[in-house]
Ligand binder design. Sequence first.
Ligand SMILES: C[S@@+](CC[C@H](N)C(=O)[O-])C[C@H]1O[C@@H](n2cnc3c(N)ncnc32)[C@H](O)[C@@H]1O
Length: 226
Amino acid sequence: MRLRRKPEAKKILSEHPLVFTATEENKSEFQGRWRELFPEPAQPLHVELGTGKGQFLAKTSGLHPEINWIGVERIEEPLLMAVRKGEATKNPNLRYIWADVQWLDEIFAPGEVDRFYLHFSDPWPKKRHTKRRLTYRTFLERYEKLLAPGGDLILKTDSVSLFDFSLEEFQEAGWETIELSRDLHHSPYASANITTEYEDKFVSRGMPIHYVRVRPGRKGSADPGE
Ligand SMILES: C[S@@+](CC[C@H](N)C(=O)[O-])C[C@H]1O[C@@H](n2cnc3c(N)ncnc32)[C@H](O)[C@@H]1O
């Protein structure tokens, strides 16, 4: 994502009431307590990883006030744009975390998140960068630990190679596929879909959007017959 460096972005974000700036020292400050930051703490918690400029969160938080929403983004310039969009909505169910997804299991507690979204994550096409892909097995282990029972993950991408790689990783990790389409905008899931900035760009070029909803397998279930 290429944006002109805004030197003031760091300062604005670190002081912004909607943003938690994670550092090595404080990253676990709200672990297990994220819901308490919202006016309706009993609501489910949905987390978008790699929020970018934040169109999805600004829209979905208004359309789904019954959910508490958090966006995680590591680069300050797009995050500031996302936060500006979010604050303009005045939706009370929306927060942002300035952090790298690498820190996810120190930021959230086991079982704290009901759904993760990976929207147009960087595909890292070179083989030597495989471990950076946000669906690499070590990331799936983190997501599995942090998801509540019955929790799930939604992935959308334009990248066939990232999509195929991700399906293999999900399968290898024993995750269950609940919904899948290689052309989301011409599928039964289109009516519920809320687009992101990258998605709008790819759709305007006529590119199909790949979509999957998955959830971790029931490892360690008390009843193996379940
Ligand atoms: C290609 S953009 C997509 C942005 C947005 N989700 C969309 O669909 O329009 C990917 C975003 O993920 C962020 N990102 C990539 N890796 C990340 C990581 N490890 N931790 C946090 N953010 C990350 C990037 O900084 C970038 O803003």
